[in-house]
Design a protein around this ligand. Structure first.
Ligand SMILES: N[C@@H](CCC(=O)N[C@@H](CS)C(=O)NCC(=O)O)C(=O)O
Length: 202
């Protein structure tokens, strides 16, 4: 198996760290690809990833899987331990619910904010729309405050257990640095959660 990985980019980091938590980094060939040098726009890479995005997993039979969560589901199925996506129907649903909330209401909003304001993103986001960034910033600040309140009452995001949702939250807090925002330093419960996940990854 081969995983196309772009270090520091949030979606590839999600699959890479999922694999790390599984203790299986050695079981997969990791091929790094530079988004900033636009290697993901090459004809060869587009043959693997039709939307020119990272990560991509290539299975031994040549099949390709894109979408970081789908790749994580594949890893979870072939390497069930430690369980990161839930043991039963209720846990699986709750974990997926929180993971998708974090992805859509936090990660995607930061991406919109970043892509529409940062000069480095100008070649990738054409045209940049500052109003889209403002809307995303307002939305995400409100959402993250609700997550902080939730973490004041729960140790982990979903199902009283550490899961992929906690990993997605942790990585997205780091990703928010691209817009010079560190919500884990502003919000007490988010900060404590961030430190706990960081300890598991180091
Ligand atoms: N929904 C996809 C999103 C993948 C994605 O957007 N990856 C970013 C890096 S975090 C990318 O490849 N960006 C390249 C670009 O925007 O041109 C997933 O979860 O894998």
């Amino acid at each position: 198996m081969k995983l196309y990985h772009a270090p520091k980019a949030v979606n590839p980091e999600r699959t890479y760290n999922f694999l790390k938590l599984k203790g299986k980094l050695d079981a997969v060939e990791i091929q790094e690809i530079s988004i900033m040098q636009q290697e993901h726009k090459s004809k060869d890479y587009r043959a693997l990833s039709p939307y020119a995005q990272v990560p991509v997993l290539i299975l031994d039979d040549g099949s390709t899987i894109t979408e970081s969560r789908a790749i994580s589901t594949y890893f979870e199925t072939i390497w069930p331990e430690p369980n990161l996506m839930g043991q039963d129907a209720k846990e699986k649903a709750l974990i997926e619910m929180w993971d998708r909330r974090i992805e859509f209401m936090f990660m995607m909003q930061i991406a919109t904010w970043f892509r529409n304001t940062h000069p480095m993103m100008a070649p990738l986001e054409v045209p940049q729309v500052p109003e889209a960034a403002e809307k995303a910033e307002t939305r995400v600040r409100k959402f993250v405050a609700t997550v902080d309140r939730h973490l004041g009452e729960h140790e982990w995001l979903a199902a009283d257990r550490f899961s992929i949702a906690d990993l997605t939250l942790y990585l997205t807090c780091g990703f928010a640095g691209v817009v010079r925002w560190k919500p884990q330093q502003e919000l007490e419960h988010l900060g404590a959660h961030y430190a706990k996940v960081q300890a598991r990854l180091t």
